[in-house]
Design a binder for this molecule. Structure first.
Ligand SMILES: *Cc1c(COP(=O)(O)O)cnc(C)c1O
Length: 404
């Protein structure tokens, strides 16, 4: 029997075609090799898989439902939209799917501490949650500017017992937080593990995080089949680093299902106004892996912007670049205004307030539905919008609910 895509991709060195790999300073080669070996072993261990499945069921609240958004579908006047409700996962987004698993690996390796950087604080909160559950220390690096901007998430991390380390150099945002976290990790690789927050970074993280997130796709596939008797025609997800999208896509790669990754087009197409990496970027290496990236004139990571603070990343998971190149996925875009419109439409037509990140996928699905009246569209609703409501009402007046 031919081995499946997921079993053979990436290759042993972590390459998806020409993308991925591990481009590391010499001091980090050993700790990353240790994580790779641990993951290879644990992913085949019945005990590890059982422990993770138990956590998912009894702590995270999995399986999350698939919901037929009939009102929204009727409004679009065409195809049928279904939502995989990752917003109902504990902590309100898909991130816990890989954070709990990364912490479980840390525990099996005998590590005492989880280290990571965070931009808007979402990854920091999910990791701090996992650390509290497993009794691990948690050290989250965050730019000083982001600390001021994302106050509620900083408070959450602290309540959960994490230490928040401010990055005070340069622009004091995500890039500086990455530098700061890696520097701290270098001096404690024996006792700590670096927990990456998406399908990015050096091997094995793009594979490992995909595998941990694939629970989203495999659950959704079984649920959708049970509901309708057939597979969806389309699977849609927003793409920042790309973990919620790979989670959904991974179950459908060898099926006749169109895969759509939706990138944030922000305020427009000028560099600095968006984070549509696959749409406008070029090949390069940053943060330890080869992929497509948005570069400035000097070839450094470009400034990026999106209203969805969890999807403004100047690179993208290597597997997304690969799937796009081989023609297996389509990359679309959604701008801020379309995302806000979808945010309000889903709230007012279905009673579900989505995260602004997830609203990008919903907006794209609404367009697909209008254009493909006989199709079924499965969307990964990656998170809930509680974190975004103050920002949205302050900047985008509440529209009159659509007539129905
Ligand atoms: C962090 C986040 C994302 C973006 O991360 P991916 O790795 O691209 O999935 C999307 N949606 C929500 C709700 C998030 O918190």
């Amino acid at each position: 029997m031919q081995k499946s895509y997921l079993a053979t991709t990436p290759d042993e060195e972590g390459f998806f075609g020409k993308y991925g790999g591990a481009f590391l300073p010499p001091q980090l080669e050993k700790p990353f090799a240790e994580i790779t070996a641990a993951y290879d072993k644990l992913s085949k261990s019945h005990a590890f898989r059982h422990e993770l499945a138990t956590i998912r069921k009894h702590y995270q609240g999995r399986p999350t439902p698939v919901y037929h958004a009939k009102n929204l579908s009727d409004f679009c006047g065409g195809g049928q939209i279904y939502l995989k409700r990752e917003d109902l996962n504990h902590t309100g987004a898909h991130k816990l799917n890989h954070c709990m698993a990364e912490a479980l690996i840390a525990k099996h390796l005998g590590k005492k501490k989880l280290i990571a950087e965070t931009g808007a604080g979402q990854h920091g909160v999910a990791l701090a949650t996992a650390a509290a559950y497993f009794g691990l220390e948690c050290e989250i690096h965050m730019g000083e500017v982001d600390i001021a901007k994302e106050h509620p998430n900083v408070v959450r991390m602290k309540i959960l017992g994490a230490t928040v380390v401010p990055a005070t150099h340069g622009l004091k945002t995500l890039k500086e937080a990455v530098d700061s976290a890696f520097e701290s990790y270098l001096s404690q690789t024996d006792t700590a593990i670096y927990a990456i927050g998406s399908v990015v970074g050096p091997h094995p993280f793009p594979k490992m995080v995909r595998d941990f997130q694939s629970v989203v796709g495999f659950e959704a596939k079984a649920q959708f089949l049970e509901m309708t008797g057939v597979l969806p025609d389309h699977a849609v997800a927003c793409v920042g680093g790309g973990s919620n999208a790979m989670g959904l896509f991974s179950a459908f790669i060898e099926d006749p299902v169109a895969l759509h990754g939706v990138e944030p087009l922000g305020r427009g197409t000028a560099l600095g106004d968006h984070a549509a990496t696959l749409t406008y970027g070029e090949e390069g290496i940053m943060h330890g892996f080869r992929s497509i990236m948005l570069k400035d004139a000097e070839g450094n990571p470009a400034p990026v912007y999106s209203i969805g603070s969890g999807i403004d990343y100047p690179s993208v998971g290597p597997e997304h670049a690969y799937l796009r190149d081989i023609g297996r996925s389509t990359v679309g875009t959604c701008n801020d205004a379309e995302a806000v419109d979808a945010f309000y439409k889903l709230s007012q037509l279905e009673g579900i307030i989505p995260a602004l990140e997830s609203a990008h996928a919903v907006a794209y699905a609404m367009k697909l539905a209008a254009q493909n009246p006989s199709d079924a569209i499965l969307v990964n609703l990656s998170g809930r919008g509680d974190k975004d409501i103050d920002f949205v009402i302050a900047n985008h007046p509440i529209p009159t609910p659509p007539r129905r």
